[in-house]
Ligand binder design. Structure first.
Ligand SMILES: [Zn+2]
Length: 510
């Protein structure tokens, strides 16, 4: 194999440093190759970010800006695979992609190229094309984790280690069988493990579990890398400890932009009201409740509790709301009941007001507050109106503030913008630090070093500092860009249902 891209979902070097983890193989590539803290996209989440990798375009162009979407009737639903933009598996012949998120239902347009999809697929049979189901390792291939195992952390971490090894075995057999020029494999487990770290209250316990997983991921990455002359390690976003929750919807509510509906009375709702009342009086007790909450959020009861802790938004009568992860939408004519006369003015006003928000010590809650045209190179109308990028250690939650105000203390682990990029082999520069390469730039860079003409549609550009030589970049003619091909035999309804459940488990859907 000439080049292998190994995806490490949600991995960043700060997490390795925090838990004192020194993965032998990953460190070797970081130190000897061209590496840097990869910059993710808005929002820095799995589906938008991997779609940006696959298309070389930012989310404003490919349309998947968040983990969920909202229709004109205000209903939120899981995303579907992008079906309008050419992706790596359409542009690169003789390639094999294993476990690429947000590609379910797509058929490679490139010649001799194979695609195993991941998140957004219904099950193993939906994710793996039938000719690849013939591989021996398919029998043990696992698409997704069993969330019920989260109740026992050791069982769960053993389970994600098994998934990691099964993915390595499947990818190894597929690469050996098909001998592609370019390979891709994604290990999703660092992301899943990262989310579970919030359930523990001390770094010693967290470190023990995270270290266990990372040593398996490192070995599996090395086993596959031995098959390739050149290797790119990359994540789609990083992880970090969050000390502050930002409650954007509470802010919008208090300033009169967001209206809440009468919330229904339920046992879960009463539990949340009680927790909030206690939180106002005792931060110690609140912290205990928060830990318990993190623990049970992994269960079905926890999902109900989380729903109750999110405001019930009266969208029709609201001017603006946060959908999730700092993305604010304005109720303009994209929606069935527009309630804003001058959306442009409101956009600028919200941008200013959000940028002014600080915590109790006066530190800004956001590193940047951007309009769509500032965050994306060519946003279409589905893009969020305002994108509030949280400051380091801050997380824009959907949960209501337990203590009043727009910021509250937390002790969670969640996504951050900076991930990881490291490239090693004859095609790449040696021992070089690359200044924040963007995830959108990875595909153009891979294609350039392999001597392939780039798509003129790319938003990304070649990361020149990472390449061994100077490359003269050539572009295809626009009319030779392949059209996306969609599988016709698949059941989108069943897929939506499976995905809905999975996103609920990760806390992405109400
Ligand atoms: Zn991810």
């Amino acid at each position: 194999m000439e080049l292998l891209v190994i995806g490490l979902d949600g991995l960043s070097t700060n997490m390795l440093d925090r838990f004192d983890i020194e993965p032998e193989y990953i460190n070797r590539v970081l130190e000897n190759g061209a590496s840097g803290d990869l910059m993710s996209v808005d929002t820095p989440t799995t589906l938008p970010a991997w779609t940006s990798f696959a298309t070389g375009k930012d989310p404003g162009s490919h349309g998947l800006t968040n983990m969920i979407q909202q229709a004109s009737d205000y209903e939120t639903s899981p995303l579907r695979t992008n079906t309008t933009d050419a992706a790596a598996y359409d542009l690169i012949d003789d390639a094999l992609f294993v476990n690429l998120p947000a590609s379910a239902g797509r058929v490679p347009a490139a010649e001799d190229t194979h695609l195993v999809s991941a998140m957004l697929a219904e099950d193993e049979e939906d994710a793996v094309p039938s000719h690849l189901q013939q591989l021996d390792a398919f029998e043990d291939y696992i698409l997704d984790h069993d969330k019920s195992l989260k109740k026992n952390p050791q069982t769960y971490f053993d389970h994600v280690c098994d998934i990691t090894r099964a993915r390595r075995d499947f990818a190894a057999e597929a690469f050996d069988e098909y001998d592609p020029r370019l390979g891709f494999v994604l290990f999703s487990t660092p992301d899943w493990a990262g989310h579970l770290l919030s359930n523990f209250s001390d770094d010693e316990t967290r470190g023990r579990y995270y270290r266990q997983l990372l040593s398996v991921v490192d070995t599996c990455a090395q086993d596959l890398a031995e098959r390739a002359d050149n290797v790119v390690l990359m994540s789609d976003h990083g992880f970090e400890r969050k000390h502050t929750n930002i409650h954007i919807n509470d802010f919008l509510h208090q300033r009169g932009y967001l209206r809440e509906s009468e919330s229904s009375v339920s046992a879960a709702n009463i539990a949340v009201q009680t927790a909030k009342a206690i939180g106002k009086r005792s931060s110690v007790l609140y912290e205990k409740i928060r830990q318990l909450y993190n623990y049970i959020i992994a269960t079905d009861v926890g999902q109900t509790l989380q729903e109750a802790a999110e405001p019930n938004i009266d969208y029709r009568n609201s001017k603006a709301w946060q959908l999730r992860y700092g993305c604010v939408f304005i109720n303009d004519k994209r929606f069935d009941h527009p309630a804003v006369d001058d959306p442009d003015a409101l956009r600028r006003q919200l941008q200013t007001e959000l940028a002014d928000l600080t915590d109790d010590d006066g530190s800004p809650l956001f590193r940047d507050v951007l309009l769509a045209e500032e965050a994306y190179s060519d946003p279409d109308k589905r893009a969020p109106d305002v994108i509030a990028r949280p400051a380091p250690g801050c997380y824009p939650t959907l949960l209501k503030s337990p203590t009043g105000g727009y910021a509250s203390h937390t002790n969670n682990f969640n996504h951050r913008y900076n991930g990881l990029f490291a490239a090693m082999g004859p095609l790449f520069a040696e021992k070089t630090t690359v200044e924040t390469p963007s995830i959108v730039d990875v595909l153009p860079t891979i294609m350039a070093v392999l001597g392939m003409p780039l798509s003129p549609e790319f938003d990304g550009k070649v990361i020149e500092a990472a390449t061994a030589d100077e490359y003269s970049v050539e572009y295809r003619d626009s009319d030779t860009i392949p059209h996306p091909q969609i599988r016709t035999d698949s059941d989108q309804g069943a897929r939506d249902e499976a995905v809905q459940e999975r996103l609920e488990d990760l806390g992405y859907l109400e």
